[in-house]
Design a protein around this ligand. Sequence first.
Ligand SMILES: C[S@@+](CC[C@H](N)C(=O)[O-])C[C@H]1O[C@@H](n2cnc3c(N)ncnc32)[C@H](O)[C@@H]1O
Length: 505
Amino acid sequence: MEKFNRKEFGDYQTPLFFTDTICEYLKNELKIMPEIIIEPTCGIGNFLKSASESLPYEELYGIDIDPAKLKEVDETIPNLTLINEDIFKFKFDNIDKSKNILIIGNPPWATNTELSKLNSTNLPEKSNYRNEMAIDAMTGDSNFDISEAIIRKIITEFKATNTTIALLCKKIVVRNIFKDLIETNTKYSFIRQLNFDSSRVFRIDAEACLLVLQFGGSTLTDMACGVSDLSNPNKTLYRFGFKGGNFYSNIDDVPDIDGECVFEWRQGVKHDCSGIMELDCVDGSLFNKNGNKLSIETSLVYPLLKSSQVKRPIITETSKYIIITQKRINQDTSYIEDEAPETWKYLNNNKEHFDKRKSSIYNGKPDFSIFGIGDYSFKKYKVAVSGFYKSPIFSLVYTDKTFMLDDTCYFLSFDDHDSAYVTMLVLNSPLVKSFLKSIAFLDSKRPYTKRVLKRIDIEKSLETLSLDDLKSVEAELGLGSYLDEKILNDYSRTIKRKFNNKCKA
Ligand SMILES: C[S@@+](CC[C@H](N)C(=O)[O-])C[C@H]1O[C@@H](n2cnc3c(N)ncnc32)[C@H](O)[C@@H]1O
């Protein structure tokens, strides 16, 4: 196996035409005059080459963990020092921090999922990143990226100096870095996200950008970060940032329904064993993913909706099913042997598939454990949304035996139809949709997570939405005319009661 796995070490070298573009931008638009230029994770050194040709400097440093890459760097570049070291171990002590510094480059991009699949150790030594990675992978937030750890290290080292940071990274990394700057009250003098087309530059489909961050000089009090296109860097497309303590993806266009949902958003069932647990119903018989016909009791078999199916406003049917082994997290599963002996036999015959589950959340748990299960899972009516769609559709889903949802879906659950129905209309209203656009980041793999959805304040939304507004949503969704004044008034009263109870608690 090659020593430096391309994925794990994020080995996508930046082409020279693009390193030239970035250096031209720094020279012509930002007019920086660095004395020291550093390229951490420099690879074959295209940034070093472009910077040496277009910017002034006295000292130039390139650091990379892979000696083979450093051999390819153009050694004729004047005043260049190459250092073969792990950037997480590298000490910047020998850099004269009283000088004007430019830190430029393209740190490796590798997400939590990619790194944990590779069992990677390419991470800072003392950190709780590994824990964060496991939690994010479970909740779908997927926040971690190795370039973020590198940029944080650089910020810590250089925040008290006259330094310009110009690093390529994913857009989500810029947001996390920006949040961190604000939350830690770190003063900076300039920040900007400059978008570019990564498929043209790297021939990969990634939501990438150039982060430009400057320290030194007069500091900013504005809690927003402007976003532009690198081809037109002075035209702000939009700004993200904080307003009233909340974070918005578009700070200048926010409907006022930010708060806390009176209902609790939940994530669907997680089991990591779809080959055995998920079943298809064909002509009245159940088959697993391997095409095996099953003769098991129906007591633990529930109708299932997967993310890709949640795209109609009302769903009452499916041909997919799932075996639900627990009613609550950690429940001992040995009860299945008496209650559903054929199911128990089937699960045990396939135990090796459960034992192979990679996620550490199953360690030390009862056999055939699942997550994302509780009383709420068994309520008849649910309003569900896929975490993946850029334009979300909130679906009212119900069937005789309650629907289960997969773990890429989020849902609210209800005992009665009408509360679920009105909630579905409220969530599909243009008001809520435009609010979601201002708080969700559509370039994330999963733009809608519990964290985003729970900010929709249904009570506040009802203050703005009239019966006519909701009837128009109903008509737009092609649902006829079910909603009336009584249903809406009853719903508003329920919401108020819930809100008051929540406040008392
Ligand atoms: C995305 S490439 C970028 C290379 C170069 N900066 C460019 O833009 O062309 C990432 C580089 O990071 C290096 N790298 C990965 N992990 C590293 C680490 N922990 N310390 C130092 N270099 C590392 C890889 O060897 C690779 O050359």
